[in-house]
Design a protein. Structure first.
Ligand code: GLY
Length: 387
């Protein structure tokens, strides 16, 4: 448990962790043969039986590492072998995406860090190492050396050229490269990750600390072509999950490299995020979305909370409470208003949204649960740093 929590906060963390363990005990058994993305009528959906797809859907969907990641976090929490067994099922299913290849985008970090690499780091499974290094090579292969960025997506069916597109989310994928460099003692992977992070720092983060979602660079000469609103409300707005990826992603790059500018950038994004947290502690899909309809995204709250707690661990005592208190506000709002602990629902965190302009809003999404659990484990001090 983080020693700086008050007695009341300590009791709340303990109580929430107990509820997580109780829920994951039966949900893991019920969904053990699935790779869930969301729920329908409270029941986990399953991506694992679907075909891989060259556009990154079905079995190749970018979120397919989170269920395994939840299982490994529960393994870390309880030491129970059943969680390792369930997690490894995802790892094996993801092999078919590796074979298919065409469905894999930059999200290989999201897919293989919480599954294969976690397996290797927690249990020494050599298959996990092999899969992780394979994924790291795919990610490094997406690097554009002139523009110094990692290309986000593959060519879409509509013929629109996205060769020069990079997105803020990729900051969560590059820890795969930091790990690969440590593992192979070859600095190339880390060099690629740092060059990408530098480009993001220079081009994505605005003077007020908010972040663009998508930037397009000229793939031949690296010049900036355009910015796009992406999954947020519009160009120039601030998609909250993207702010979360930036905040958490930069502190992770600091942890892996010690480069002070990354921590400073994480803090700058954090200050912007903190100053926009509504009184309720519940996070909208975009900090600049219209008041009506006010769509929420609980995943942004959970991801930002993870990053804020990490920042709190890496700053002095004087600053620490700024970040920790903001994380507590976000997580308390989720536990009090958005967590479903019942047996009627396979998911925990409710009111998540994938993108502002999607038809569907405010449903459960697997990475809402994943990052909520990770954040609570960070507060407890028993977390496995997955990224
Ligand atoms: N990485 C895609 C998303 O955050 O929706």
């Amino acid at each position: 448990m983080l020693s700086i929590l008050s007695e009341k906060e300590y009791a709340w963390v303990q109580d929430t962790m107990d509820k997580i363990k109780e829920k994951m005990d039966w949900v893991s058994e019920k969904s053990k043969d699935k790779i869930p993305y969301t729920t329908v009528n409270g029941v986990h959906t399953d991506e694992s039986k679907k075909e891989t797809s060259s556009t990154g859907e079905g079995a190749s969907w970018w979120t397919n590492g989170f269920w395994g990641g939840m299982m490994w976090q529960m393994y870390q929490e309880t030491g129970e072998e059943k969680y390792a067994e369930i997690a490894r099922k995802s790892e094996v299913i993801l092999d078919k995406c590796m074979e298919e290849y065409y469905g894999l985008h930059h999200d290989v970090g999201f897919m293989w860090l919480p599954t294969a690499v976690a397996d290797y780091r927690l249990t020494g499974n050599p298959d996990g190492k092999r899969r992780g290094l394979h994924a790291a090579n795919l990610l490094a292969g997406r690097f554009n050396p002139v523009g110094r960025f990692i290309r986000a997506w593959n060519q879409w069916g509509d013929g629109k050229d996205n060769t020069g597109w990079a997105i803020i989310d990729c900051l969560m994928n590059i820890p795969l490269l930091y790990w690969a460099s440590r593992e192979t003692k070859d600095p190339r992977f880390k060099q690629v990750a740092m060059l990408h992070a530098d480009t993001v720092m220079e081009n994505f983060i605005r003077p007020d600390g908010s972040s663009n979602h998508i930037m397009e660079f000229d793939p031949e000469n690296g010049g900036v072509v355009a910015a796009y609103g992406g999954q947020g409300y519009e160009l120039g707005s601030s998609w909250t999950r993207g702010q979360g990826w930036a905040l958490y992603g930069f502190v992770l790059s600091y942890i892996h490299t010690g480069k002070q500018e990354y921590l400073d950038t994480a803090k700058r994004v954090a200050h912007y995020f903190i100053s926009n947290i509504p009184e309720s502690g519940l996070i909208p899909v975009d900090f600049r979305e219209p008041k009506e309809p006010l769509w929420e995204d609980s995943t942004a709250a959970a991801i930002a909370a993870c990053g804020l707690i990490e920042i709190a661990k890496h700053v002095g005592e004087y600053e620490r409470d700024i970040y920790l208190n903001a994380a507590l506000k976000l997580l308390k709002a989720l536990t009090e208003k958005r967590c479903d602990w019942s047996r009627e629902n396979d998911s925990i965190v409710q009111k998540c949204t994938a993108a502002y302009h999607d038809e569907k809003h405010e449903f459960s999404i697997i990475y809402g649960d994943y990052f909520f659990i990770e954040a609570m484990q960070k507060l407890q001090g028993n977390e496995f740093l997955m990224w």
